[in-house]
Design a protein around this ligand. Structure first.
Ligand code: HDD
Length: 710
């Protein structure tokens, strides 16, 4: 059994040998030649032309000219972090994987979160699916679980992936819009490809605008297999559940955050790890016995379907902690290459046609993105175990393979590298029995496109439903083609008639009685059209509580950003008691003042401020606290932006607390008429404020909040 710290040290040690630290070092060329001027090129005379001879100039400029690599076709915008995975209990009855059986291991991981549609420099709060890709550096080889923060995908067959991506990306004639699905080509595709509707309604929900990457779930999406040491298979779905719960911002906030801090999620992840608030997710599995494959109302191989947790509960078996920021963004986060085809003994694929296509695409894309079949030798991509085979050469070969032979079998090289026996842990594909015709088609068992979107919508709380309605009105409102909006309205009506009516009202349109047939056009030209049209929704489960964010955790204010509004003369005693209590619970307390520099409290102490009101926005915080102090409040009242700051927080249903004279500032805002709101707390004790902030938002306020003209 491995030493508890071995695996983590193994990857850290491996990466360390490639790290470069220039502290106290002299500048050199790439050949190690010492350089004493990197500011001026070599010239013929002081004002003369630059000489071709200048190898220092050429080396520097040539490297610069080739600094960029192609961004990822999708998921270009991302943020990464290192950490480790621990197993709570062995699941050896299902899987023989070391990572699932050895509870003494700490398996190193590297995680990359991403948005899907936007370019590398696009803003973080786009309405979009988030990528959730985890690389486990296990002792038996690297396992990549390349998932998303939503449990289903838009399409059922990898063959349609280029169409989906071309539809959502900026339109090809004008390269507009960036990082947004709210445009004609996307809804043209969606409205003709009804299998997309389930993932689509998730993308309209708050899941698509997370408060933090640390506060979202992760899903492997596909049904995979777990294989035990007897070679038996169980179906499995993988889940990540954030310890901080699943929380989101509102769309109005998202739009404003993108302007105020387009790196909001990236910064949040970095700052939390930097401050020692290590993000954690529990790892869960939904296991289905081989013989139960066909007992569901949907096909386990269909990636547009989830298995409701009400039907198959998630068993929590481990935990992932992210505890280290990368040393270098490009070397690690940009160059990391995830491949769903990276699996280890004890885990195997199913015939999900989306997964099968992914097994090809990810290796292929690295060849143009990273430029060489040797991408696995880049430090972040190297497995922790030894690598020996007869693959040779290629661009940027970093290894120096020794010996005369590069083929198998051989006798000159002593038959090495020799083949692993099964007893030595060799990989062996699950021996699935297949007796089938070769056929290009879509299984009829994938045809139900309305039941699960309807289950999702039914499972949401009132405020979540309102957000979905508003999102559809926004997205379809951005489309120019009436027939696309009408197709969408008809399809939404198949999911939920009230939702469709509300969206139609917002669009100023009527739900059409019929739309042109067939509604699902994602089929072959000669396919039997009738056979492939989705049937009316079925109700096999009234609701699944796990689908609603109303049922997440509301027990912590750890890492919550609390804006404290102050000016000279603020009450130190009010502030001190709150600050201590908030920080004890792990919250980040930030002083916001009318100007930069410092402010002096009523006890004559100088306090460094975190941001002037001119450089920050309400949307960057989770809650507001206003300590008393007559002088301070008078000054805050004199600067209109403080009122805007409070009105916006009220609009976004956040906790607003004030002590003593602080109430006067609230009286000058929209809050004045709503002081009985349960998340407006005046002269309350710290515990009450903490409980309120932990609830994330007071969604009961939503109807009043919508009236705030902020
Ligand atoms: Fe994909 C990247 C997740 C279907 C082709 N995908 C990529 C990343 C994530 C996902 C998280 C970013 C990895 C990183 O951070 O480097 N993709 C998914 C999920 C899918 C899915 C959860 C369905 C369940 N993807 C999918 C299909 C195809 C691709 C069906 C192609 C047939 N995906 C790619 C890609 C990318 C990629 C083009 C771009 C960069 C990369 O692979 O390394 O090959």
């Amino acid at each position: 059994m491995a030493n508890k710290n071995t695996p983590e040290n193994q990857k850290t040690k491996d990466l360390k040998q490639f790290e470069k630290d220039a502290t106290d070092k002299v500048m050199t060329t790439n050949q190690g030649l010492k350089v004493n001027d990197t500011n001026n090129s070599l010239k013929a005379g002081e004002r003369g032309s630059t000489l071709l001879e200048d190898f220092l100039l050429r080396e520097k400029i040539t490297h610069f000219d080739h600094e960029r690599i192609p961004e990822r076709i999708v998921h270009a915008r991302g943020s990464g972090a290192h950490g480790y995975f621990e197993l709570y209990e062995s699941i050896e009855k299902y899987s023989k994987a070391g990572i699932f059986t050895d509870i003494n291991r700490k398996t190193p991981v590297f995680v990359r979160f991403s948005t899907v549609a936007g370019s590398k420099g696009s803003p973080d709060l786009a309405r979009d699916v988030r990528g959730f890709a985890v690389k486990f550096y296990t002792q038996e080889g690297t396992w990549d679980l390349v998932g998303n923060n939503m449990p289903v995908f838009f399409i059922q067959d990898a063959m349609k992936f280029p169409d989906l991506v071309h539809a959502v990306k900026p339109e090809p004639n004008k390269e507009i819009p960036q990082a947004a699905s709210a445009h004609d080509t996307f809804y043209d595709f969606v409205s003709h490809t009804t299998e997309t509707l389930h993932n689509q309604i998730w993308a309209m929900s708050d899941r698509a605008i997370p408060r933090s990457l640390r506060m979202m779930e992760g899903f492997g999406i596909h049904t995979f297999r777990l294989i035990n040491d007897k070679g038996e298979s169980h179906f499995v779905k993988f889940h990540w559940k954030p310890k901080l719960g699943v929380h989101s911002v509102t769309w109005d906030e998202a739009v404003k955050i993108n302007g105020a801090d387009s790196d909001f999620h990236r910064r949040d992840l970095w700052d939390a790890i930097d401050a020692g608030h290590y993000p954690e997710w529990e790892f869960g599995i939904q296991v289905v016995a081989q013989e139960d494959e066909h007992k569901f109302e949907f096909d386990l191989l269909d990636p547009t379907k989830l298995i409701p947790e009400e039907i198959v509960p998630v068993q929590i078996i481990g935990k992932m902690t992210l505890n280290r920021n990368p040393e270098n963004f490009f070397a690690e986060t940009e160059q990391v290459a995830f491949l769903p085809g990276h699996i280890v003994p004890g885990i195997d694929f199913t015939n999900d046609p989306l997964l099968q296509g992914r097994l090809f695409s990810y290796r292929d894309t690295q060849l143009s993105r990273l430029g060489s079949p040797n991408f696995h030798q880049i430090p972040i991509n190297r497995p922790v175990g030894e690598v020996h085979n007869n693959q040779r050469d290629g661009h940027m070969q970093m290894d120096i393979p020794k010996g005369q032979t590069a083929y198998f079998p051989n006798s000159i090289g002593g038959g090495c590298p020799h083949l692993a026996k099964m007893a030595e842990g060799a990989f062996h594909s699950y021996e699935e029995r297949i007796d089938a015709k070769k056929i290009r088609t879509r299984s009829e068992s994938f045809n139900d496109h309305f039941s699960q979107p309807a289950l999702f919508f039914r499972s949401l709380a009132k405020w979540e439903k309102q957000h979905v309605t508003d999102a559809y009105i926004f997205e379809l409102g951005k489309c120019n083609h009436k027939h696309i909006k009408e197709r969408m309205l008809w399809l939404i009506a198949q999911i939920d008639s009230t939702l469709a009516e509300d969206v139609a009202k917002g669009l100023g349109l009527k739900i059409p009685k019929q739309i042109e047939q067939p509604i699902n056009q994602a089929i072959g030209a000669d396919a039997d059209v009738k056979k492939h049209q989705p049937p009316a929704k079925k109700n096999y489960l009234d609701s699944d509580p796990a689908l609603s964010q109303a049922n997440t955790k509301f027990d912590s204010i750890q890492t919550r950003q609390i804006a404290v509004l102050v000016a000279n003369g603020f009450s130190m005693s009010d502030y001190k008691s709150k600050k201590q209590a908030f920080e004890k619970e792990g919250a980040m307390v930030k002083l916001i003042a009318p100007h930069g520099g410092t402010v002096i409290c009523n006890e004559n102490m100088e306090h460094e401020i975190d941001a002037s009101i001119m450089t920050t926005e309400s949307v960057l915080f989770d809650a507001i606290y206003i300590p008393g102090g007559k002088k301070s409040i008078q000054e805050l009242l004199g600067q209109a932006k403080f009122k805007k700051f409070i009105n916006e927080a009220f609009k976004h249903c956040k906790t607003i607390a004030a002590d003593h004279e602080g109430e006067e500032l609230l009286d000058s805002t929209f809050v004045a008429d709503y002081k009985d709101d349960k998340a407006v707390l005046i002269n309350e004790n710290p515990k009450a404020i903490i409980t309120s902030i932990a609830k994330h938002r007071n969604w009961d306020r939503i109807e009043i909040a919508n009236k705030v003209p902020a």
